[in-house]
Design a protein around this ligand. Sequence first.
Ligand SMILES: C[S@@+](CC[C@H](N)C(=O)[O-])C[C@H]1O[C@@H](n2cnc3c(N)ncnc32)[C@H](O)[C@@H]1O
Length: 278
Amino acid sequence: MADQPPNPIASDSLPARESGAWVLDKKVYVEKYLKIFTKGISNKWGGKLAYVDLFSGLGKNVIRETGEEVDGSPLLALSCDFGRYVFVDMPEVLATLRMRLRSHPKLAHISFVEGDCNVVIDEVLGLLPADHLTLAFIDPTGLQIRFNTIQRLVHNRKVDLLMTIQFGMGIQMNLPQYIKSQGAALTDFLGNSEWRKDVEEAGTVFQAGRRILDMYMAQLRSLGYRDSKDREMVRNDQNMLLYFVIMASRHELGEKFWREVTKIRPSGQRRLNLDSKT
Ligand SMILES: C[S@@+](CC[C@H](N)C(=O)[O-])C[C@H]1O[C@@H](n2cnc3c(N)ncnc32)[C@H](O)[C@@H]1O
């Protein structure tokens, strides 16, 4: 395998994740949702709010074309009022995040958990107070999150889910190639292999991707989640779909907050239609 290019170094002299400009769109969705969620619900829960980031990253992103630094999800969450934070990622990534946050005023409220989130989920659960309302941000680079992990995370707990669902790489391929390379991961991701029947119905990978997303939402509904119809799409400079951003809650307030967040697109464009079809 070819060596990965080294990470760019941010202004705090620590490595950052190199990204396209689309990372700004993600930031808008995450930042707005975290703010509206913590402000809108903190009183009701007596401040007992927890945040878990199963794919934390390095804490900072640097936009490839411009060098602009963009705070990653852990920093965005730390600027909001949660009582407890749990950050999960691979050891080499988490070492940088730890270093980056070593003097953070909220350090005493943070736990770091190293490893594959599917494997360390029980440790994560042990760190999340059971009487807190938890917001989980799930932001993988592909299909790494197994549905079984989501089931364990939300079992007998109040957990809202904010997720990026990544089909971008797949959409560049043709369907048989995608199925060949991603089939097993897709089954783990969805928690069943029902998708196989569906994709045989053909269409483009993009259309199959949308149907897979519908299947995913159906799986979440089976865990008691409401389906907030607003599935935002993040595209790259060539207008190619990179990922969907979804929010799922068992409570109508979560849906209301997400509607608020998605009323205006990151570009400032007002949505015309709640269920985006473009
Ligand atoms: C897209 S980045 C996260 C970016 C971050 N949420 C942000 O907003 O800046 C995805 C991260 O997932 C991590 N990762 C990949 N597979 C993982 C797994 N199975 N468990 C935990 N982390 C994983 C990668 O090391 C990478 O840092």
